[in-house]
Design a protein around this ligand. Structure first.
Ligand code: FE2
Ligand code: FE2
Length: 465
């Protein structure tokens, strides 16, 4: 096999011997990790997958049957634009960094490692889901998400190995050593250590947690460190599908529940009651909010000043890319009360990005509520207040109800099972998770999708078992 066959790429890998050696050493470790921590079972099965084989419009979405270990993991960056400049911060307008500037080396490495760590983590979290798939269509979507997260790991490892020398190679190895949920060597961010062991969790994860990824990648897609920007731009094209899986997945659960509610009690009819769906929304939304970091952050100011991490659609949405004099008003807890405080905008950029994310999530809620309306029901799903159930930032030391009112820790404990999935809720959902693998058939707790994949019908044999 030639090099391109083994590692498809558009980064001139054959001319960079040092990088080639590093990647070829990493590749077998990656495949070991995939076998050990990737989807449990199914590794020898043909899956109807989309594979990126180039970054040309006709090349990045090739559909065919592939065995997952043979998926063409590769390194694809959006082609470089000539004369790229830094689009924001103190070095606005200067040539984009093509190599890592020494003074930002640690910050950049930290950004890339933190992003990179989420990719294998999610594969680990979803490892057992194949065994309880509601349909072959869903099973295929799960595996599509998994292989693409694997490739996103490749993308970040490329940056580490190509641009960070020895410590970059060590970090690339460490990305294969941490394990989601393992108390001794956990993944870096908490949302990626939470179990995702049933399909309701999976859909919430891809809706809410992958959507955090969209905003983080977007903020990096305009980075002044050009190789990072180009990597993230390409990853975003794949991320859209992951969010689609979550958004439509929850919508199909809601649709099925609504049907059952008209026949009786969904709990007695093998459906997932709306209150359990709501609690899962609350759980994953709040954990995903944490991923944006503290409300008031000196890191966010430093990253912006350095031109490393911008805002969502920095060029399209904003005119002032310096942001030197603006302020931002946010809610903080002071003297036991929620009060407003003004902070320099650069220190509030995590919160600004989080706000964009919340507005995007609200659109999902509107779609699901439309499904309830169309079913003739007056019940509604909602997003909890962003202060609710937080583990990072201003609100983490305090307890809030789902409306964002300060309450005592005791009251939160007492009412927790109203808002978050209880053990019984999780058990109930788990009992519903019986595999359905006959083409065209679907589990009783979820509606079939509106259409299949790439023009194929729902009945198509998406995975050959
Ligand atoms: Fe990803
Ligand atoms: Fe993703």
């Amino acid at each position: 096999m030639n090099l391109y066959e083994r590692i498809p790429n558009n980064v001139n890998l054959s001319e960079d011997k040092k990088l080639q050696r590093a990647l070829e050493k990493w590749l077998p470790n990656y495949l070991d990790w995939w076998q050990e921590m990737g989807p449990n079972g199914f590794q020898t099965k043909d899956v109807y997958l989309r594979t990126a084989i180039s970054v040309e419009p006709d090349g990045w979405a090739n559909f065919d049957y592939v065995k997952m270990p043979d998926y063409r993991w590769g390194i694809f960056l959006k082609p470089a634009a000539l004369g790229a400049t830094i689009g924001f911060g103190d070095n606005l307008g200067q040539p984009a960094y093509q190599e890592v500037p020494g003074e930002f080396r640690n910050s950049l490495r930290r950004i890339i490692v933190t992003q990179g760590d989420t990719e294998p983590a999610s594969v680990e979290q979803q490892r057992e889901l194949g065994k309880t798939c509601p349909s072959l269509y869903d099973l295929r979507n799960l595996f599509q998400v998994n292989v693409e997260e694997g490739r996103h790991l490749w993308a970040m490892v490329y940056l580490l190995q190509r641009y960070f020398g020895r410590d970059g190679r060590d970090e690339a190895d460490a990305l294969l050593e941490r394990r989601s949920g393992n108390p001794d060597k956990p993944r870096i961010l908490e949302a990626f250590n939470q179990p995702c062991d049933d399909w309701l969790n999976f859909f919430c994860f891809t809706m809410f947690t992958d959507r955090d990824g969209k905003y983080q990648l977007s903020a990096l897609a305009e980075s002044g460190f050009e190789p990072l920007a180009r990597t993230c731009q390409f990853m975003l094209t794949e991320e859209a599908h992951h969010m689609f899986v979550g958004d439509t997945g929850i919508n199909r659960v809601v649709k099925r529940t609504a049907q059952l509610m008209k026949e009786g009690d969904p709990r007695e009819l093998g459906g997932i009651p709306l209150d359990i769906i709501q609690k899962h929304i609350n759980f994953w939304f709040s954990y995903s909010l944490d991923l944006f970091g503290g409300e008031i952050s000196s890191n966010s100011a430093d990253f912006f000043a350095a031109g490393l991490k911008g805002r969502y659609k920095e060029q399209e949405q904003y005119e002032d890319h310096l942001v030197a004099e603006q302020n931002f008003t946010m809610k903080v807890v002071e003297d036991g009360q929620v009060k407003e405080r003004e902070v320099p905008m650069r220190n509030a950029l995590n919160e600004v990005l989080r706000g964009e994310y919340v507005r995007d999530c609200e659109k999902g809620l509107a779609r699901w509520n439309k499904t309830l309306t169309e079913a003739g029901l007056s019940d509604r799903l909602y997003l909890p207040n962003p202060r609710f159930h937080r583990h990072v930032g201003e609100y983490a030391p305090h307890a809030f109800d789902n409306q964002g009112n300060l309450i005592t820790a005791e009251e939160f404990e007492g009412r927790k099972s109203e808002w978050l999935p209880s053990l019984e809720d999780r058990e109930y959902v788990r009992r519903l998770m019986q595999p359905v693998t006959e083409p065209g058939k679907i589990a009783g707790w979820i509606a079939p999708p509106a259409s299949g994949v790439k023009g194929k019908p729902f009945e198509f044999k998406y995975v050959r078992l």
